[in-house]
Ligand binder design. Structure first.
Ligand code: NDP
Length: 246
């Protein structure tokens, strides 16, 4: 591969909305076979229909990435269908912002299990397949919050700093085997992410800030850019803020 996306097999987690949905559509438009993973099966089926209506190819594998067995099923269903995995986009995430004093421990746990442990476990399951192929690309969706900590974001920051550290460590293990890694760090993007924020005061503060927002497609284009580079090029990190976000 040097490196057309046509014919590549790409797993995208969190494909049921937002950045994951836009990324799956963009990779499919480049001719990749996309494997759509998230919990909401109806949303995934609707996306697969849209992709197939425009002559793309998609496989729906409803997956809760906090469930180890579901991770193994996602990988085995992908390999059974296509025989390989070229690209893994670890995008599923939750952002349950709360000041620590009001934080619910189950929210802290969920962020670690989805944003960090789920990403680590799925990567752990996929990398041996990429090693057998002597090629592959792991794209991990982190955040500006993976580089910069802020009040009310301690748990989310911890997971995204963790994603950056994990990704750069495996980069050093895998780059000599022609496996590439990319950390994507979006600023504010207009998606469902903030609708799950449990803390009213944090939500009000967000609304007052009236941040400029990227579109999910703006991040998807970055992921297409990174994954379509010639094999000699490994785009290790992309930090993409909306113009106007300080
Ligand atoms: P959305 O809320 O629109 O998408 C989140 C996705 O994660 C959904 O598809 C959801 O699917 C999936 N997901 C959540 N929990 C699980 C789970 N247990 N198993 C499988 N999938 C799960 O938000 P975004 O598109 O914005 O978020 C995508 C990524 O981008 C996240 O990692 C987020 O942290 C990151 N990001 C977003 C920014 C923004 O401003 N929007 C900024 C920086 C980073 P389902 O509910 O169907 O399982």
């Amino acid at each position: 591969h040097d490196h057309e996306l046509a014919g590549d097999v790409a797993i995208v987690t969190g494909a049921s909305s937002g950045i994951g949905e836009a990324t799956a559509e963009a990779l499919a438009a480049e001719g990749a076979h996309v494997v759509l993973a998230a919990r909401r099966a109806d949303e995934l089926a609707a996306l697969a229909d849209r992709i197939e209506d425009t002559d793309g190819d998609a496989l729906v594998v409803p997956t809760d990435i906090t469930d180890d067995d579901a991770i193994d099923d996602l990988v085995s269903e992908t390999v059974d269908e296509y025989g390989r995995i070229d690209i893994l986009v670890n995008n599923a995430g939750v952002m349950l912002l709360e000041p620590l004093e009001r934080a619910d421990r189950s929210n802290l746990r969920q962020m670690v299990e989805v944003n960090l442990l789920g990403l680590m476990n799925l990567t752990h399951a996929v990398v041996p397949i990429m090693q057998d192929q002597d090629a592959g690309h792991v794209v991990n969706v982190s955040s500006v919050a993976g580089r910069q900590a802020d009040a009310d974001s301690s748990g989310y920051n911890a997971t995204k700093f963790g994603v950056n550290a994990f990704t750069d460590a495996i980069r050093q293990e895998l780059t000599s085997q022609d496996i590439r890694t990319t950390i994507i760090e979006p600023g504010a993007v207009d998606t469902e992410l903030s609708t799950h924020v449990p803390d009213e005061q944090v939500l009000e503060r967000f609304a007052e800030m009236d941040l400029p927002m990227l579109h999910p497609d703006d991040i998807a284009r970055g992921i297409v850019y990174a994954t379509s580079q010639p094999q000699r090029v490994d785009v290790n990190e992309l930090l993409i803020r909306p113009t106007g976000q300080e």
